[in-house]
Design a binder for this molecule. Structure first.
Ligand code: SAM
Length: 482
């Protein structure tokens, strides 16, 4: 039988079923242990240091106790600390991105995804390079600077060469004042060699959702195709890191399996990456399974309500304080609002989940992957964020200045990110307001910028940011950053 070892490179040893089951039993036994819960909450709290702020994070066992706890006052405390952590390390900035679907050809049999091979009535489509250019222009016209490319797994229709060529095309489009400055990639688990090629193509984060950490369920949910191989999928991030990608994004598709099991597995995965590679996940996404073409989420027994979902997000924030957290337009405006209060740091806006969706007016599209719940435009999302005192950030500077992996994490841990990300967020917001915003959004935006400039800790940095924003407003020069 596999023995738990976070430093092992074998899936069944670092995501160890026995250790997860023991963790769940420990969490259940201690869910009303107020003294222990207070101790764990105290450990999670950010503490001031000479240079900034520090957080210790939580182990999967500690975090699982919090997730199991049902005492309302303790849950309120978790939410409060989650928000404190978010504000301490990420300030009130929210990074904005959009997905770009390249192809829905897929040879896998994932039972929750309408792109599965047996679905013969969904339209199959793969964008040509010219179509990608048109999609990117449409995305730039909305104001996007950061994309996550999505593709089904099909070595014949979507080989790695197609993905690499598409990334090159995306970076090559400079329409009016627009450009895409960071391309994150969400494609199937692949080889070290292919990860190396993706790194060389200049990708940002490599994102791969585990879907479920429960091996038996994983195999049942992925009955056919290369994705059936649990170990190959679960060990993908190690191969990505071996291939030189130091920003990786984890995620679980909530609703497929028991959420407490998934949560423990997710935190163990983060611990494993830290133990082996010295850097944890750059981001964690929290997708929930949604209605789609031939998929009814009620087919799965493990759907979670909004309260549980919020608690999961808060517990992730407490456990891995330096990791970015992403919520997509799978969620409604209301749910996104709740999650923003417990530590989310990235949201998508104006998203289309179909192949070619940004250049087609009519909806829903016949290639759509799942129903989008938040159908607002990017302009509406940007204005909404600012009205609840969040700064929408279009910044991609860390990645382009080489602040990735452990370099990003150490900057984040030292609290210095406030002198860097905060002004960058304001400058990129100003670019957005000048080039793409509606008059109302622009008004709200400049009021926010005027207020927020005062929150840049260093005088010299603030003066440069003020000058750069004046330059953005008075000329067509763009892309100012620290
Ligand atoms: N093909 C790649 C793979 O296998 O990992 C990733 C691309 S897929 C477009 C991105 C993600 O969409 C999947 O990892 C899955 O979690 C999610 N997804 C699939 N079906 C979904 C559904 N019905 N509702 C919500 N999310 C879904």
């Amino acid at each position: 039988m596999a023995v738990y070892n976070p430093k092992s490179l074998k899936a069944e040893e670092f995501i160890n079923d026995e250790e997860i089951l023991e963790t769940l039993a420990y969490a259940e036994a201690n869910k009303n242990n107020e003294a222990l819960i207070d101790e764990i909450l105290e450990k999670a709290r950010p503490v001031k240091t000479a240079t900034g702020c520090e957080c210790r994070g939580l182990t999967h066992r500690e975090a699982s106790v919090l997730l199991a706890c049902e005492i309302p006052e303790k849950i309120e405390k978790m939410y409060k600390i989650a928000e404190e952590i978010k504000l301490a390390f990420y300030g009130n900035r929210i990074v904005i991105f959009a997905p770009l679907y390249l192809s829905n050809y897929c040879i896998n049999g994932c039972v929750y995804c309408p792109y599965h091979l047996k679905n013969k009535h969904i339209a199959r489509r793969k964008l040509t390079q010219d179509e990608i250019r048109a999609e990117v222009i449409a995305l730039q016209d909305m104001g996007h600077k950061r994309l996550a490319i999505e593709s089904g797994e099909d070595p014949v229709n979507n080989p790695i060469e197609y993905i690499l060529e598409s990334i090159k095309t995306i970076y090559s489009v400079h329409h009016k004042n627009g450009d895409i400055r960071r391309v994150n990639v969400n494609i199937a688990a692949t080889t070290v060699e292919n990860y190396r090629k993706l790194k060389e193509a200049g990708i940002g984060t490599y994102i791969l959702f585990q879907e479920t950490y429960h091996k038996k369920s994983y195999e049942e949910l992925h009955p056919t195709g290369p994705k059936h191989d649990y170990a190959y999928h679960t060990e993908a991030m190690d191969r990505a890191m071996e291939g030189g990608i130091d920003d990786v994004g984890l995620g679980v598709l909530f609703g497929l399996e028991m959420y407490k099991y998934e949560f423990a597995g997710l935190i163990m995965h983060a611990e494993h990456l830290e133990a082996v590679h010295g850097v944890g996940p750059h981001t964690i996404s929290v997708p929930r399974v949604k209605k789609a073409d031939d998929i009814d989420p009620d087919m799965f027994d493990n759907g979670i309500d909004d309260d549980t979902f919020t608690k999961i997000a808060a517990c992730i924030r407490l456990a891995v304080p330096y990791t970015g957290m992403i919520v997509s337009t799978r969620e409604t405006e209301d749910v996104r609002k709740r999650l923003l209060q417990v530590g989310i740091s990235q949201v998508s806006g104006g998203s289309r989940t179909s192949v070619g969706g940004y250049t087609e007016e009519e909806r829903p599209h016949d290639t759509e992957q799942f129903d989008v719940s938040d159908q607002r435009s990017l302009d509406e999302v940007v204005k909404w964020l600012m009205e609840s005192d969040h700064i929408p950030s279009f910044c991609t500077a860390c990645y382009r200045a080489g602040r990735t992996g452990d370099r990003f994490m150490s900057l984040c841990k030292s609290g210095q990110i406030l002198n860097c990300c905060h002004p960058n967020a304001l400058m990129t917001l100003s670019e957005y307001l000048e080039d793409y915003a509606s008059p109302e959004t622009k008004k709200v935006g400049y009021e926010m910028i005027a207020r927020e400039l005062g929150n840049i800790p260093k005088d010299s940095v603030r003066k440069i940011a003020e000058q750069n924003i004046r330059d953005i407003r008075s000329s067509n020069r763009r892309d100012f950053r620290f």
